[in-house]
Write a protein that binds this ligand. Structure first.
Ligand SMILES: Nc1ncnc2c1ncn2[C@@H]1O[C@H](COP(=O)(O)OP(=O)(O)OP(=O)(O)O)[C@@H](O)[C@H]1O
Ligand SMILES: [Mg+2]
Length: 276
């Protein structure tokens, strides 16, 4: 059993599945960006990697599965679409194709969360195939996109489970802090349950990404602990804390297009090379 720092809290058993190659034959990779922890850098990671991948020539779709609509707000340039049910509609039977909108980031499309996503999640609980609705909907987009990034809400819910089940691989941002490993243990438990009970033995954690890293003792300790516990599962590239990120989001832009030469943007580019 994996225990947190100093064994302070018990973690559910976590077994990384044997190396199973992701089936890329369909040509569309779905990366779930997830963490059962608020403010760990999920939306920032999804937004930044979408822009990096699009700049590299990939056809990119971002799916906003978080009722907070943070990534929808940036990708809509600050004007959330009012005439689209977004992901809320897709999960309740609409087509993904009909929900795709062009983003303000060049080369990126997105499915907005939709204002009714929180309510839709409640309705979804009574529906057949509730955990697989996103996976089924996205399968209709094969051929249209090379990369799909799914931004997730911070707590376990039917929306998070849909994001995980739809994904080929997961990227897990971890912001260094005293509670960061607690959320991680909980998420890894969810991943194991999805593998076991939702028929996804091939679901793979692509990597844990240290986000908002500062040059302080806490950051150093969390990084050492994470690398000690998970080894190569922790991405080599780390994302520094930078005020440019808040600045860019305030202007409804991913940081990599707002301030492409900043250290944080260069780190996201490097991360793109590592994980995409
Ligand atoms: N590298 C960074 N440096 C400084 N600020 C950052 C960095 N990355 C993210 N932030 C800021 O930290 C906050 C949390 O980041 P973000 O919204 O990406 O996390 P999240 O995990 O998506 O949050 P939530 O759980 O609420 O969805 C945001 O205000 C974001 O602008
Ligand atoms: Mg978010």
């Amino acid at each position: 059993m994996f225990r947190g720092p100093a064994g302070l809290w018990p973690f559910v058993p976590f077994g990384q599945s044997p190396a199973v190659l992701v089936d890329d034959s369909r040509g569309m990779k779905i990366l779930g960006v997830t963490a059962e922890k608020g403010g760990s850098g999920k939306s920032t990671l999804a937004l930044s990697l979408s822009a990096v991948a699009a700049a590299g020539g990939k056809r990119v779709l971002v799916v906003d599965a978080d009722p907070q609509q943070n990534s929808s707000l940036v990708l809509s340039g600050g004007a959330l679409p009012t005439d689209s049910a977004g992901l809320a509609g897709v999960l309740l039977g609409g087509t993904a194709d009909g929900a795709v909108l062009p983003a303000t980031v060049p080369g990126v499309s997105y499915i907005p969360a939709g204002a009714g996503l929180a309510d839709a999640a409640g309705v979804l609980l009574g529906e057949i195939g509730r955990e697989r609705r996103l996976a089924v909907a996205l399968s209709a987009l094969v051929g249209r996109f090379d990369l799909v990034l799914v931004d997730s809400p911070p707590t376990r819910s039917i929306l998070t489970v849909n994001a995980i089940v739809a994904a080929d691989e997961l990227l897990i941002p971890v912001s260094p802090g005293v509670w960061s490993l607690q959320g991680l243990g909980s998420l890894l438990g969810t991943v194991d349950q999805v593998r076991q009970y939702l028929n996804r033995p091939d679901l793979r954690v692509r990597g844990m990404v240290l986000s908002m890293v500062r040059r302080d003792k806490v950051s150093r300790e969390v990084e050492a602990q994470l690398r000690g516990e998970f080894g190569d599962l922790v991405c080599r590239t780390t994302i520094p804390h930078s005020v440019k990120v808040e600045e860019s989001h305030g202007r409804f832009r991913p940081v990599v297009t707002w301030s492409p030469k900043s250290a944080v943007s260069l780190a996201f580019e490097e991360l793109g090379k590592e994980v995409l």
